[in-house]
Design a protein around this ligand. Structure first.
Ligand SMILES: [Zn+2]
Length: 72
Protein backbone atom coordinates (compact mmCIF):
# COMPACT_ATOMS: atom_id res chain seq x y z
CA UNK A 1 0.00 0.00 0.00
CA UNK A 2 1.27 3.43 -0.91
CA UNK A 3 1.88 5.89 1.87
CA UNK A 4 -0.52 8.75 1.80
CA UNK A 5 1.11 12.05 0.99
CA UNK A 6 0.12 14.68 3.47
CA UNK A 7 0.46 18.40 3.12
CA UNK A 8 3.22 18.29 5.70
CA UNK A 9 5.44 16.31 3.37
CA UNK A 10 5.21 18.99 0.71
CA UNK A 11 5.96 21.99 2.86
CA UNK A 12 9.19 22.98 4.45
CA UNK A 13 8.36 23.65 8.07
CA UNK A 14 10.83 26.04 9.70
CA UNK A 15 12.20 24.56 12.87
CA UNK A 16 13.31 28.05 13.81
CA UNK A 17 10.42 30.38 13.03
CA UNK A 18 10.97 33.70 11.30
CA UNK A 19 11.44 36.52 13.77
CA UNK A 20 10.52 39.29 11.34
CA UNK A 21 8.31 39.66 8.34
CA UNK A 22 10.72 39.90 5.41
CA UNK A 23 11.23 43.31 3.83
CA UNK A 24 9.08 43.88 0.79
CA UNK A 25 6.23 41.75 2.11
CA UNK A 26 3.05 43.75 2.35
CA UNK A 27 0.14 42.08 4.04
CA UNK A 28 -3.36 42.95 2.98
CA UNK A 29 -6.48 42.75 5.06
CA UNK A 30 -6.77 39.32 6.75
CA UNK A 31 -3.37 38.20 5.51
CA UNK A 32 -0.70 37.13 7.95
CA UNK A 33 2.88 36.08 7.68
CA UNK A 34 3.33 32.49 8.76
CA UNK A 35 6.72 32.27 10.48
CA UNK A 36 6.82 28.50 10.13
CA UNK A 37 6.22 28.00 6.42
CA UNK A 38 7.34 31.51 5.35
CA UNK A 39 4.23 32.25 3.37
CA UNK A 40 1.59 34.94 3.22
CA UNK A 41 -1.47 33.11 4.44
CA UNK A 42 -5.05 33.72 5.44
CA UNK A 43 -5.67 31.72 8.58
CA UNK A 44 -8.65 29.40 8.40
CA UNK A 45 -10.87 28.59 11.32
CA UNK A 46 -10.60 25.01 12.53
CA UNK A 47 -14.20 23.94 13.00
CA UNK A 48 -13.34 21.38 15.66
CA UNK A 49 -11.24 23.47 18.02
CA UNK A 50 -12.36 26.93 16.98
CA UNK A 51 -8.81 28.20 16.60
CA UNK A 52 -7.42 29.76 13.44
CA UNK A 53 -4.83 27.73 11.58
CA UNK A 54 -2.41 28.25 8.75
CA UNK A 55 -3.86 26.38 5.77
CA UNK A 56 -0.36 25.35 4.69
CA UNK A 57 1.43 24.15 7.80
CA UNK A 58 -1.52 24.00 10.21
CA UNK A 59 0.09 26.09 12.96
CA UNK A 60 -2.50 27.84 15.10
CA UNK A 61 -2.65 31.58 15.64
CA UNK A 62 -2.24 30.91 19.35
CA UNK A 63 1.40 30.12 18.69
CA UNK A 64 3.82 32.55 20.32
CA UNK A 65 5.70 33.44 17.14
CA UNK A 66 2.60 33.71 15.00
CA UNK A 67 1.23 36.22 17.47
CA UNK A 68 4.50 38.05 17.87
CA UNK A 69 5.38 38.46 14.20
CA UNK A 70 1.86 39.52 13.25
CA UNK A 71 1.43 41.70 16.36
CA UNK A 72 -1.68 39.83 17.43
ZN1 LIG B 1 2.25 28.11 7.91
Amino acid sequence: MKDQITLFDLVKFNEIPDKYIPEGVHLKNKQFWCPYCSNIVVFKRDKKSGVMRCPICNISNKDFWVKKINKL
